[in-house]
Design a binder for this molecule. Structure first.
Ligand SMILES: [Zn+2]
Length: 54
């Protein structure tokens, strides 16, 4: 399952959550620290790791 990194604009902390695509598209990601929904997604470096298939 993909892991998503977020940054909370309310408490200015970063966190990462594991979500299914359905959960992700539904939105409603909350900061685990302050429960705010004012979060923005960060695209972390580990996302660049993709396997090459031919
Ligand atoms: Zn927060």
């Amino acid at each position: 399952m993909p892991q998503y990194s977020f940054f909370c604009n309310a408490c200015r902390k970063e966190f990462s959550v594991v979500l299914t695509l359905a959960e992700y598209e539904k939105g409603g990601v909350k900061c685990p620290h302050c429960k705010s929904t004012k979060v923005e997604q960060k695209w972390a470096a580990f996302f660049a790791v993709t396997s090459k298939k031919s």
